[in-house]
Design a binder for this molecule. Structure first.
Ligand code: AHM
Ligand code: MG
Length: 338
């Protein structure tokens, strides 16, 4: 039996903390609490297909209560789980236009939490993997007061920790506190996240490219040339493979494990692509870089982008370092032709 067999998420976080004598234990506490929220969301996601069978139809359940859309449910669970621990001064979510204040009755802490409660939720009805993405920063406004938008709009390189939960064939939580990326699989029997992927390193290059090829017509010429280049060459004697789930967490999770590249580009219709900088691209870039990968918007490292608004979008090219470098080369070569 491997030594990591019973390394729970909680124990792993505590042991990581022992290596930092200056740590107060706060980060450990809040990461564990995020793990708990993930378990609750996972349970609900797994029940999604049963809603009609066990009698919940339309918009209300057997108690006559409104059945919430899963993304709203996940949003509310995360707030409920995280707002009262005294760790955060402000939060922000994809599901809410403005920043989320910590209720006055709770202690105000020094951290900031941003999250996408259920990414890819349009895939739920087809039983396709979806995920939760989160990131944690230290506040930059004075301690003790409510946090502000300024605390949320920090560059990605300032992240203290980031992670995602993938609700797939099993539920996994992957996180980094900047050094090393660790994956935990939820054991449904124990209800515990157990270390299953120790110190994840992304391969230097990969055979898989992942993007929505339906948008080909609108792509920049450099991207068209890059994809054509892959399609007309071999990878270790075999053709490249296209894989696109349409669920960022799942597509990037596969990229992290198998190598390759995930792309959501800018195109003629959407100058800034589709994905959100603050709670989708920054946390994913932080994780992928911590695993040895690379993430750019085509011109600049994602983690260096100066945020301007909570819900701003950015193009993203992310994955194995050699693959991302190559697409950047294609983009730059064709820039003058645009
Ligand atoms: P969402 O935040 O509304 O769920 O949208 C984000 C999702 C990502 O998970 C995925 O990468 C992307 O949208 C897919 O977009 P498209 O259907 O344009 O390929
Ligand atoms: Mg999303």
């Amino acid at each position: 039996m491997p030594a990591t067999r019973f390394m729970t998420l909680h124990r792993h976080i505590l042991e990581g903390e022992k290596m930092h004598p200056e740590a107060t234990g706060e980060l450990s506490a809040l990461l564990s609490q995020l793990g708990l929220a993930a378990k609750v969301i996972s349970l609900e996601v797994n029940k999604a297909g049963l809603v009609d069978i066990i009698g919940f139809t339309g918009d209300s359940n057997v108690h006559g209560e409104q059945v919430k859309k899963l993304d709203i449910f996940a949003h509310e669970i995360l707030i409920k789980a995280m707002d009262h621990g005294g760790h955060f001064c402000v939060m922000a979510s994809e599901e809410e236009e403005d920043i989320i204040h910590i209720p006055k009755k709770h202690k105000i802490g020094k951290y900031v939490l941003l999250f996408d409660p259920l990414d890819g939720s349009s895939n739920i009805d087809a039983n396709v993997s979806i995920g939760t993405i989160f990131t944690i920063y230290k506040r930059i406004t004075p301690d003790g007061e409510p946090g502000t938008l300024k605390d949320c709009l920090q560059e990605g390189y300032r992240q203290v920790a980031a992670g995602y939960v993938i609700y797939g064939s099993s539920t996994m939580l992957v996180y980094t506190a900047g050094h090393g990326v660790y994956g935990f699989t939820l054991d449904p029997a124990f209800g515990e996240f157990l270390l299953s992927h120790d110190n994840i390193k992304i391969p230097a290059n990969g055979r898989i490219y992942s993007l929505n090829e339906g948008n080909y017509l609108y792509w920049p010429q450099g991207l068209k040339n890059y994809i054509k280049h892959l399609q007309s060459n071999l990878y270790n004697g075999k053709p490249f493979q296209a894989r696109y789930i349409g669920s960022m967490v799942a597509d990037i999770h596969r990229t992290l494990l198998y190598g390759g590249i995930f792309i959501y580009p800018s195109d003629r219709r959407n100058e800034f692509g589709k994905l959100r900088l603050m709670y989708e691209c920054n946390p994913m870039a932080f994780i992928v870089e911590a695993a040895g990968g690379r993430a750019t918007n085509g011109n600049q490292r994602i983690l260096d982008l100066k945020p301007e608004s909570l819900h701003q979008r950015t193009p993203i090219y992310i994955g194995s370092p050699e693959d991302v470098l190559l697409v950047e080369k294609f983009l730059h070569e064709n820039k003058s032709a645009e």
